[in-house]
Design a protein around this ligand. Structure first.
Ligand code: FAD
Length: 376
């Protein structure tokens, strides 16, 4: 634990540490107790239970942060550091006519942390690396749990805590470009009831480069790397480049976690295991461990429709600055890099295109199999 030992000054330091840490009340109390024990020369390490958290995306990072203290947490992450897209989109776009970009899976050459898998009809995108898919997400913090409420699941308390803890804002509106404002008014005129999107971000850092989904380089967009950093500063161990292959199950308990690294295989025997390898990664681990998963998966199908509009410069605006929620679908301005590079019909320069995302409500019809999600 990165806390000092037992003098009064140390206790004051610890008080400040907790005040600044933003951790929940329970985990603060547990750490306060540990601090007290350490201050009196008692070893906490010997008493502490251990936990392994698999994945550093939305699920894993939050769990690691919350558990560290109550448990000694080891975080196992398959990928490495996240690296945002750092080349010039305009220069790369000049290579489009060469036919170099013929398969979406090649996006990894440009953005190593973006993994694209294909079925017959769909491509699926996820993030592999520190921060998981949140590094490639659009940063929308929109609450859509109405259907859960209808079946009796009330998440008000959890959302209240999240709203306290995360930097959720609509302040980006004050930096909107003329184009964004124009599009908003157009949506209003068409009776589409646009709503400014609450975003996980520091709006003052945003320069409107439009790169939200290929990696924010300006520390404007929040992602779960911040939670991982917090967990590590509280004492968690982070192991990147560590792919969990399967779990060893004895009776009804997980007795070991098997992983592979470049240096060879590793086996962990924690008291608690949190599997948060994502909707496509977790079923693979479960199936390899002998736990059969249902062949259904809820996905988030997205279709981007673009048209010519000279000099619009939609490429220089925040992605999804506002949304229009309709029955069964959502509309929002969104310049899609995958379509731009890999869809042969998207021939115009990005600056001269208008692109709208249609996000469809899904049904549980997709199939997940041994190596992940295979058909639809
Ligand atoms: C393009 C895009 C935009 C999105 N925009 C938004 C948005 O604006 N707002 C929103 O709320 N949601 C958004 N989402 C969805 C959101 O990102 C995901 O719902 C969320 O990240 C899922 O969290 P997770 O922890 O389940 O998985 P992930 O975030 O995918 O994390 C899984 C982690 O597990 C690791 N992993 C995988 N396999 C293994 C293994 N075998 N061993 C060890 N580690 C492993 C991965 O590297 C990754 O770090 C978006 C998704 C995409 C693809």
């Amino acid at each position: 634990m990165n806390l000092p030992g037992g003098s009064r000054r140390d206790a004051e330091d610890a008080g400040r540490f907790f005040a600044q840490s933003g951790r929940t009340w329970t985990s603060q109390m547990v750490q306060m107790y540990q601090f007290f024990l350490e201050g009196h020369g008692m070893s906490v390490a010997a008493k502490k239970k251990t936990a392994v958290v698999v994945g550093t995306g939305a699920g894993g990072a939050m769990m690691a942060k919350e558990l560290q203290g109550r448990y000694q947490v080891t975080i196992l992450e398959k990928g490495g550091e996240f690296r945002p897209f750092s080349l010039s989109v305009e220069r790369m776009a000049k290579l489009r006519p060469s036919g170099l970009f013929f398969d979406e899976r090649m996006i990894r050459m440009l953005i190593p942390n973006m993994l694209v898998e294909k079925t017959r009809d769909m491509i699926m995108v996820r993030g592999i690396g520190l921060g998981g898919t949140t590094t490639l997400a659009t940063g929308n913090a929109v609450r859509y749990d109405g259907a859960l409420r209808q079946i009796g699941i009330d998440l008000d308390e959890q959302f209240d805590e999240l709203y306290q803890e995360l930097p959720i804002t609509t302040d980006h509106q004050k930096h909107w470009t003329k184009t964004t404002r124009k599009m908003f008014r157009l949506f209003e005129r068409m009776g589409l009831d646009p709503v400014v999107t609450p975003k996980l971000m520091d709006a003052d850092q945003c320069i409107g480069c439009g790169h939200c989904a290929i990696g924010c380089r300006h520390d404007a967009k929040w992602d779960t790397r911040q939670l991982v950093d917090e967990a590590v500063s509280f004492g968690a161990e982070l192991m990147t480049g560590t792919e969990v292959t399967d779990l060893e199950i004895t009776g009804r308990q997980v007795s070991a976690v098997h992983a592979r690294t470049v240096r060879g295989k590793r086996v962990f025997h924690p008291d608690l295991v949190v599997l948060a390898a994502g909707g496509l990664g977790t079923p693979v681990i479960l199936e390899r461990s002998g736990i059969v998963c249902r062949k259904t998966l809820f996905a988030d199908p997205v279709l981007c429709v673009a048209g010519p509009l000279e000099g619009l410069r939609q490429d220089r605006q925040l992605l999804m600055p506002f949304i229009s929620q309709q029955d069964g679908y959502i509309l929002a301005p969104y310049m899609d890099y995958l379509s731009f590079f890999f869809n042969k019909d998207w021939r115009l320069p990005m600056r001269d295109m208008a692109s709208i995302m249609i996000k469809l409500a899904d049904e549980e019809k997709a199939a997940s199999a041994g190596k992940g999600f295979t058909s639809r």
